[in-house]
Design a protein around this ligand. Structure first.
Ligand SMILES: [Zn+2]
Length: 85
């Protein structure tokens, strides 16, 4: 008789409790507004750059200021649009 190896118990995921009232509020860099609208940047990968050889559209979710429309620079990292929005 063989005994099957016991599966190790899953480690308890530690729930980190965050007090949101003490967290920083992201405000618009231009007008200090704190309400943002979710928007999407879509990057088009040309067939020449694409690993599959086919054109690909890559959506990137960002938030834009609901007042002036500016997108915080931190959300634009790596998009190539850091200075354009
Ligand atoms: Zn703004």
């Amino acid at each position: 008789m063989s005994t099957k190896p016991m599966r190790p118990p899953l480690p308890n995921k530690q729930q980190v409790k965050v007090d949101i009232s003490k967290a920083d509020t992201v405000a618009c860099e231009s007008c200090n507004n704190v309400l943002f609208i979710s928007s999407t940047i879509i990057k088009r990968i040309s067939p020449l750059m694409s690993p599959t050889g086919e054109e690909a559209l890559i959506p990137i979710d960002v938030y834009s200021c609901g007042n002036c429309g500016k997108v915080p620079k931190t959300m634009l990292k790596g998009t190539g649009l850091e200075d354009k929005l």
